[in-house]
Design a protein around this ligand. Structure first.
Ligand code: FAD
Length: 358
């Protein structure tokens, strides 16, 4: 691994993505502190334009678990975020955990659970870095990071300054925030406010509640919640396993579509069935993308060229070992178009597409 002062040229990005796909970066720089990240971006941005997404001078990559990188690679500088570590400050019933962006996420979750701090336990087993969690407001099993984030220290590539952003400035939503599809802000560290408790936050997700033997809304032992989440995730190929191609993915490739009530009614009519759905506070309805995909004829294991739908989870598009990004995107298009033709609903990709498009 190279540090900010040491740059490599034309290193393949497939060794830095969980899909194991992606061509070479024109330049790859590893930054192992916030200062090194800022220095690397300042240098790259001085030779390009950070304000123009089409002519990006540098791209930040952390765990590579939510990116689809073109077979042609990336024509600029890729800055690998490798600043690690976290600190915990307890004050009565609360604890503030400050974590460096490049810190491996699940190590943090494991440590907070072991330390008797509640708030992240349902997010066990998610690959990638802590600094990437605000980007798409990472969520699973009834928790999302927007519920516990209190502050984010960022480098603003437009102004060249570092600043602290509060949650209300981050525009958090379902798998989105101000940071997604926007290269302006680079997260340097994140503050989470957790509850000092050996009991979890109330369990909201029915499948998790069932597996813990509690009623939805009840709490459970923190460590048991982590174990249950890890077991559920492993059964779906949602915990990284180097020996299992079902996990060589970006997790869910498509987000669950959120439809206005009228479109949901039209969908039910067209489907002749009631798709699994979750009503939103604003009258909209979030519909299961997995259900739509399966009913449109794309089951688990559906294969493309060297790629395929996971045999364990309909939403995960995987590299079976000989795939290419072009083949993965062909498969994604086939599914998106099939769902649109069958149900009139357009699915949108969850990962960030780098130098490629769907
Ligand atoms: C098996 C598997 C299961 C998954 N399960 C879930 C899940 O349950 N829930 C969920 O929400 N996601 C899930 N994901 C997706 C992914 O793990 C998360 O989105 C994760 O937070 C991405 O982190 P990363 O460090 O790998 O980001 P990367 O893939 O390296 O980057 C993703 C995007 O964020 C940007 N980025 C990364 N770090 C920063 C930073 N510090 N500042 C600014 N921009 C940054 C990158 O430029 C890129 O655009 C899963 C992925 C896999 C492979």
């Amino acid at each position: 691994m190279k540090h900010v002062s040491e740059r490599t040229h034309h290193e393949m990005l497939n060794s830095h993505t969980t899909l194991r796909l992606g061509g070479p970066a024109a330049e790859l720089v590893e930054a192992s502190s916030a200062d090194e990240i800022v220095a690397a971006l300042r240098k790259a941005d001085a030779s390009g334009s950070a304000t123009d997404n089409a002519a990006v001078s540098a791209f930040v990559l952390a765990g590579g678990s939510n990116v689809v990188v073109a077979d042609e690679g990336y024509p600029g500088t890729v800055v690998l975020l490798r600043n690690r570590g976290f600190s915990v400050h307890r004050e009565g019933e609360r604890a503030t955990v400050r974590v460096e962006a490049g810190q491996q996420w699940d190590e943090l979750v494991e440590a907070t659970v072991a330390d008797g701090l509640a708030g992240l336990e349902c997010l066990s087993g998610i690959p990638g870095s802590a600094g990437a969690t605000p980007i798409q407001n990472v969520g699973a099993y009834g928790q999302e990071v927007a519920e516990t984030i209190t502050a984010i220290r960022v480098y603003d590539r437009y102004s060249g300054e570092t600043l602290v952003m509060r949650p209300d400035e981050c525009l958090f939503g379902y798998r989105t925030s101000i940071f997604k599809h926007n290269n302006r802000f680079v997260v340097l560290s994140v503050d989470f406010s957790l509850t000092v408790s050996t009991l979890s936050t109330p369990i909201r997700y029915a499948e998790l509640a069932r597996s813990l033997g509690v009623a939805p809304g009840e709490q459970a032992d923190l460590a048991r919640v982590r174990e249950a989440v890890l077991a559920l995730r492993a059964g779906k190929g949602m915990v990284l396993d180097p020996s299992d191609p079902d996990t060589w993915s970006v997790g869910s490739f498509f987000t669950n579509p959120v439809l206005p009530a009228s479109e949901y009614a039209a969908l039910r009519e067209r489907a002749g069935a009631q798709p699994p759905a979750w009503p939103g506070a604003d009258g909209s309805v979030k519909v299961s993308a997995a259900w739509l995909i399966e009913r449109a004829g794309f089951g688990k294991g559906h294969a493309g060229v060297g790629v395929g739908i996971s045999t364990k989870h309909t939403l995960a598009l995987t590299n079976r070992g000989t795939g290419t990004t072009a083949a993965l995107l062909d498969l994604a298009r086939e599914i998106r178009d099939g769902v649109r033709d069958r149900f009139g609903v357009v699915l949108h990709p969850e990962p960030v597409l780098v130098n490629c498009a769907l």
